[in-house]
Write a protein that binds this ligand. Structure first.
Ligand code: THU
Length: 133
């Protein structure tokens, strides 16, 4: 991915995280989906009083891209911070992302420092995903 687009996506993920609605866990996550043409779609985690209806930042961002008709997903940038480290995406988000591109780049950003902490392909952390194709 173009360096300028990556830098922009990292900054956007950190910024958008401030909009997370996480009154229960207090754990805020920001995510940005980058498409093959360099378009960006941001999302945050939105918690719910029934807990189970909570949606993660990664899925919010992906659903926003799909809503706009963009399915050519190249990367997901995830900004969070727990005890000094960025966290990995949950299993449900991995499966949802894998349906669109199991080889997409997954970039974990420390939301406090704003720095990229880890970078990998989705298939490295989620091999043999379920598929009907
Ligand atoms: N969360 C995400 O947004 N992404 C993840 O990959 C892991 C978990 C959110 C869901 C919930 O609002 C909070 O983090 C604590 O689980």
């Amino acid at each position: 991915m173009d360096r300028k687009i990556l830098d922009q996506a990292v900054r956007k993920a950190v910024e958008i995280r401030n909009n997370a609605h996480a009154p229960y866990s207090k754990f805020k996550v920001g995510a940005v989906i980058v498409t093959g043409s360099g378009e960006m779609f941001a999302g945050v985690n939105v918690e719910n009083s029934s807990y189970g209806a909570t949606v993660c930042a990664e899925r919010t961002a992906l659903f926003s891209a799909v809503t706009q008709g963009r399915k050519d997903i190249e990367a997901v940038i995830i900004a969070s911070e727990l005890e000094g480290k960025a966290v990995f995406p949950c299993g449900m988000c991995r499966q949802v992302l894998a349906d669109f591109n199991p080889e997409m780049r997954v970039i974990l950003v420390n939301a406090v420092t704003g720095l990229i902490e880890k970078e990998m392909s989705l298939s490295e952390i989620f091999p043999e995903h379920f598929t009907l194709r």
